[in-house]
Design a protein around this ligand. Sequence first.
Ligand code: FES
Ligand code: FE2
Length: 391
Amino acid sequence: MSSSQAEVDIIRTTLRYHQEETTHLEPQVLHNPVTNYADAERLAQEQEVLFRQFPIIVGHVEQVEQPGQFFTHDETGTPILVTRTREGEVKAFVNVCRHRGARIVTDTSGTTSTFSCPYHSWTYDLQGRLRGMRQPFGFDDLDKDQHGLVELPAFERFGLIWVRPSASPMPISIDAWLAPLEEQLAAIDLSAHTVFKAWSVDLNMGWRIALEGFQESYHFCSAHKHTACSAYLDNRSVFVDLYPHVRHAVPLAQVPELVDQPEQDWDYRGNYMDQNYVFPCNFVQVMTDHVYIHTVIPTGPGTCVFKCMMLVPKGRMDEKAQRYWQANYDVVRTVFGEDFQIGEGIQRGLGTGVNQFFTIGKYETGIQLAERAIDDALTGRLVCPEVVSVV
Ligand code: FES
Ligand SMILES: [Fe+2]
């Protein structure tokens, strides 16, 4: 598989780090106040800004392949209903009835031609328009056009479904937002993948603690000593600042051997794991032959949910393929479990007051870059591009 110029540059950088026995270094050590992890007021602000103004990955296109196929997503605190219309457009709605607020769709996924509220059977079509009411004479001449489902900005990009969990009238341009990642996301062609597994884990740790587990590789050879460590070069990640996103390229152990190959033969994908951070809470983790999409969403002070999809290339899912992907899944669950155990320990220690700051090293770069972008968003310096998207 050929590599992009950006990837050739990453490989060159890795070879240089290896030769010089160094790694990526930010200019400064960051002293991050622990209040950024544990403050209830800050969390409320994060939920209001980060989880309302920016697009979150809620699913894979396969979940709404056909018109009328739908799924729900609740973790952001906004109950979201995603479907595909007869015209082929992906739409998201707040999953709340316009009569007296009942949850309309209670199944997590399925296929339908209309959405009917379980409380009094007000019925909406796939465009979210109010179509039918039982015994409408009790509502005088209620204007149905004013009582359609409330729509949320939803986008189908790079094989994934992105939703901004707020109906605010502020326009949003998904293409401008994802532009820094476009080349890379287009190349992995996630629409040609299928969801092998999807799972959620409720975690007893603040969401920022969970996030940071994917933003450096300094911990691999201690936290994952018996699992991931040997597969990768120790703490030699290359970070590409794609503000506000980050490409975090983790070289596999054999990358130094590429020094003997001509650059045009370099195969990036077969030699790296990318833990791409997509602001504010999404990761596109690209393995050599499959991909994990994860999102980390706060559910309260000191708790969050980790949602993950394992995407594998579409193809014959015979017994052998099934066993192969299952083995990969088992490994990743073990490795993530190691991170989560550490993270929950950090959460338990937060209240001791031992640390006023967490000390983020110069090579714990993904954390430094994300901290800067999150801070920018919370202080109004970073906003989602306000350009109407051409869908
Ligand atoms: S609340 Fe939905 S029909 Fe009454
Ligand atoms: Fe880890």
